[in-house]
Ligand binder design. Structure first.
Ligand code: SAH
Length: 271
């Protein structure tokens, strides 16, 4: 694979662009693991973000009914069109964050790491069966961190409110060309049946102070809920009897935040 990649790069005279996350996967086992974890089969419509030189796309095309591949780099698209004779792959040119996505039931992607956050939040708003995605290891650890643990953050809570997430395997930097400065991980995302839709503003306000208690964090971030500091005196007693008031923010599970949200709404603090 490495040979094939170097061949294509020289044939088309291109240099991978770090600015748009061009690090191509060159280990067949990693590609196989991704495709097998997603259990891609002839019923699936798969969305891939950033097909690059098409190594993963090609495996998806062999197994899926249909593959949509969104690619930003026009040069990559020319190469894909020139090198492969797929009849079930539709390449869409553009920015995967800005574009409207077609309908799909699975996602399998080695995404450019710059778009990890907006990609994940966009994905979690959709209705789908499963996603298998390569992320930077640190990001994957934050996404999958359990409540109360060191890496548990706004990302963990927001993700786990909507999906079950799990690291399937770690991937060393040697599995990519050019070699990135960070390690990676393969993550599987399965939307929950009992999604907890959270007020994003409230979650942001709380996680400004992830090590503080809930009532302290709310007081310190009250401006983020549209309340001025001088009005805080009037509502202090409400904030102090909020559910989980003495729990630390980084120990909250999605349902705790939902209860806090409902309490604040019932007391007219948020709408
Ligand atoms: N999946 C391929 C390539 C991964 S590199 C492989 O594993 O080998 C990431 C790819 O995403 C590059 O081809 C890059 O051009 C593309 N890309 C970067 N930003 C993008 C964006 N905003 N929307 C769609 N594709 C993007």
């Amino acid at each position: 694979m490495r040979d094939r990649l170097l061949f294509l790069l020289s044939k088309y005279g291109i240099r991978p662009k770090d600015t748009i996350g061009q690090h191509f996967i060159i280990v067949e086992d990693v590609i196989r693991k991704a495709v097998e974890t997603a259990d891609v089969n002839e019923k699936d419509v798969v969305l891939e973000i950033g097909p690059g030189l098409g190594f993963l796309t090609n495996e998806l095309a062999k197994r899926a009914k249909k593959v949509y591949a969104i690619e930003l780099d026009r040069k990559m698209i020319q190469i894909l069109k020139n090198e492969y004779k797929w009849n079930n792959v539709e390449i869409i040119e553009g920015d995967a964050i800005k574009l409207e996505w077609p309908e799909f039931n699975k996602v399998v992607s080695n995404i450019p790491y710059q778009i990890s956050s907006p990609f994940t939040f966009k994905l979690l708003k959709k209705d789908f069966e499963l996603a298998v995605v390569m992320y930077q290891l640190e990001f994957a650890l934050r996404m999958t961190a359990r409540p109360g643990s060191k890496n548990y953050s706004r990302l963990s809570l927001m993700t786990q409110a909507l999906a079950d997430v799990e690291i399937v395997m770690k991937i060393g930097r040697g599995a990519f060309y050019p070699r990135p400065k960070v390690d990676s991980a393969l993550v599987v995302i399965r939307p929950r049946k009992d999604k907890v839709e959270l007020n994003e503003n409230l979650v942001k306000a709380l996680f400004q102070h992830r090590r503080k208690t809930v009532s302290r964090a709310l007081k310190d971030s009250i401006h983020m809920l549209g309340i001025t500091k001088d009005k805080l005196k009037e509502i202090k007693h409400i904030i102090e009897s909020v559910p989980y008031s003495s729990k630390r923010v980084f120990q909250l599970v999605p349902n705790d935040v939902k209860e806090i949200e409902e309490y604040l709404r019932n007391h007219g603090i948020i709408s």
